[in-house]
Design a protein around this ligand. Structure first.
Ligand code: OAD
Length: 236
């Protein structure tokens, strides 16, 4: 913790990569691990474009359920600590794999959403995209005014990231003096590849997680515990 505090104090450019673990203490379930969503559901049935075209209603029911969870969730002390860190940093980029908006609600500004946004919808016919924050969309699958099918504005397995999104994340990781990796199992690429990019470019990399992960052996410090407790302590 003390080394990390020193690195933070010295860092001109800070980048943070977050995953589902940062929202776990807000009541949003993670994907892997004992109670993870992928223990109960198969990603092939719910988080691929093939699944969507096979059964758009089923995929939308799953997103309605997750929208409901996110709508009722509040940012936790970990989200607030990261927003505080941004205010105190010269240059700061928060890269998240999460599709919830809890970082933004806590006050984070420079946020790169690698996997899209659960509140966005996109028409597959006219390609128009907009924000729809209804926790539950009644008519499933929803249609655009043009008659086209709407899909959630998220990135599914096998899909490319949104335009410009990877560039912003990669640039921030390469330029960072310190990369904090918080609450991610670091097994999904390209997100997990940011750790190696930052390390090879000379950054110190610090991981905060309840347990060791795929990247723990590559990093400079591992802080073990709930990020809702450790982040406020680190940043205080
Ligand atoms: P995972 O569910 O794979 O990993 C969550 C990580 O958070 C695990 O390593 C947990 O140990 C850790 N964790 C849980 N609670 C924590 C807490 N309170 N404090 C600190 N750590 C905690 O979630 P991600 O790594 O985000 O993608 O998953 C990456 C991607 O896989 C997601 O964006 C999603 C998923 O499939 C798509 O749907 C495309």
């Amino acid at each position: 913790m003390e080394h990390t505090r020193q690195w933070l104090r010295r860092a001109r450019r800070v980048a943070v990569l977050t995953g589902a673990g940062v929202s776990a203490e807000s009541g949003v379930p993670t994907f892997r691990g004992k109670d993870g969503l992928w223990k109960q559901y198969r990603p092939e049935d719910l988080a691929t474009s093939e699944a969507f075209f096979r059964d758009p209603k089923l995929v939308w029911q799953w997103y309605n359920w997750r929208r409901g969870l996110v709508a009722h969730a509040q940012p936790n002390p970990g989200h607030y600590a990261l927003a505080d860190l941004e205010r105190r940093s010269k240059e700061f980029t928060l890269i998240t794999q999460n599709v919830d908006d809890l970082h933004e609600q806590a006050g984070s500004r420079n946020v790169v959403k690698l996997h899209g946004d659960i509140w966005q919808v996109r028409c597959l016919a006219c390609l128009r995209e907009w924000t729809d924050t209804r926790p539950c969309i009644a008519e499933l699958p929803p249609k655009c005014g043009c008659g086209g099918l709407l899909r959630p504005g998220v990135i599914w397995f096998g899909e490319e990231l949104g335009p410009g999104v990877w560039d912003r994340a990669e640039k921030a990781a390469r330029k960072a003096d310190l990369l904090l990796v918080v609450g991610t199992s670091a097994v999904v690429y390209p997100a997990a590849g940011l750790v190696r990019l930052a390390k090879c470019a000379g950054a110190k990399v610090v991981e905060i997680n309840l347990a060791e992960t795929a990247i723990t052996s590559q990093i400079d410090a591992f802080l073990c515990g709930p990020c809702g407790e450790l982040l406020p302590k680190l940043i205080a």
